[in-house]
Write a new protein. Structure first.
Length: 75
């Protein structure tokens, strides 16, 4: 662990139980929001890929065959 991380843990330990609970609640909400934003970005990227034709549809075997074909064209 980094010293920054250890410093943060020590600071949290110095808080009261109520403050620690409040910190956990706030950070949990912030983490959820960051994850939501990443998911929204991935969805937007996926929609763009679909609209631009960069999307492979099919079962796992179809997708693997498509990847193999791409690799062969690169070589």
């Amino acid at each position: 662990m980094t010293s920054k991380f250890n410093d943060a843990l020590e600071m949290i330990d110095s808080l009261s139980i109520e403050e620690q609970e409040m910190l956990l609640e706030i950070e949990s909400k912030r983490l959820t929001e960051r994850k939501r934003k990443i998911l929204q970005e991935r969805i937007a990227e996926g929609k763009k890929d679909i609209s631009e034709g960069r999307f492979i549809e099919g079962n796992a075997a179809d997708i693997m065959n498509s990847i193999d074909d791409e690799i062969k064209t690169i070589q």
